[in-house]
Write a protein that binds this ligand. Sequence first.
Ligand SMILES: NC(=O)c1ccc[n+]([C@@H]2O[C@H](COP(=O)([O-])OP(=O)(O)OC[C@H]3O[C@@H](n4cnc5c(N)ncnc54)[C@H](O)[C@@H]3O)[C@@H](O)[C@H]2O)c1
Length: 335
Amino acid sequence: MPHRKEVLVTGGCGYIGSHAVRALNEAGFAPVVLDNLSTGHLEALTAAGDFKLYQAELRDENALESCFKQHRFTGVLHFAGVALVGESVRDPEKYYGTNVIGSLNLIAVCKRHGVKNLVFSSTAATYGVPQSVPMAEDHPQHPINPYGRTKLTFEQALQSYHGAGQIDYLALRYFNAAGSDPRGDIGEAHDPETHLIPNAYRVALGQLAHLTVHGNDYPTPDGTCIRDYIHVTDLAEAHVLALTHLLNGGVSGAMNLGTGQGHSVLDVVKACEAASGRKIPVVMGARREGDPPSLVADPGKAKQVLGFAARRSDLATIAADAWRWFEKHPHGYAS
Ligand SMILES: NC(=O)c1ccc[n+]([C@@H]2O[C@H](COP(=O)([O-])OP(=O)(O)OC[C@H]3O[C@@H](n4cnc5c(N)ncnc54)[C@H](O)[C@@H]3O)[C@@H](O)[C@H]2O)c1
């Protein structure tokens, strides 16, 4: 077998990271995962193909150092982070400590070991309240919660290190990650679960009596919030394209990952009912603070620069793939 290039995947036991580990394996790379298993699952990784695992904490620079000493990484996919908006408001230290300080540790070690290429999991939450939709990358960034601020801070750090010639990077601003690998063996398993589709399926599976819709008086056609859902296997493929782009000497910067299509909460519920063949009763609740009516990406830059085109991100496919996972794993991973 030809020599496979080693890629460090931080957070590779998580939802998006485990799908990326599988995509890296399929593209002929050798993934090495660093994860503290705080929200990730070992089973997700074992299902995703070949890997080496360092169970380690991003904030522990010595642990990062000993991992880097044993490998020659061609690049890093940096998924590890904490990502609950409400928790970030209550516990900003956890968010700055992990998403900023932990991530700065990672670049420090990359610099020491001459690892130049880094792909970072950023988010549409760095934009804050949209001034217009769809949002292109030059839309102003005024995040409205600590989570979004920590992600923006690290984007800005990457820009500065790149300016000093020390790192090449792509910051990928995901919109709403959704769906599961179509094989149904890896999928979304967060606790607490704040995402719409997993919660809709908890209702379909009889684990919740109803789904609470957070506001139906928004200025949208059915009154519920509109979001841009991107299939997790499309996200994973975009990371392989992003890494390849950097390895080929492509330009650094930030890029949206979305489809350009918005779907309302009620559209998503209907798609989940169709995919599962089960009724998902909804109850209308109050708006959540800081939820904009509509968040939709302008996906043009990723298409132009990476040649990226979402393949499984139509709502029916997302709902069907996610259902395959939830039906087989109604309580998530065993671990
Ligand atoms: N899920 C989404 O819709 C979405 C949207 C935008 C951005 N993102 C970003 O994508 C990334 C992955 O999201 P996800 O949904 O897969 O989350 P996840 O919680 O499933 O995965 C995160 C992984 O990182 C690990 N981790 C967390 N803190 C760590 C630390 N201090 N040291 C080492 N490992 C640590 C966890 O154990 C987990 O395996 C996050 O950075 C998140 O902010 C996610």
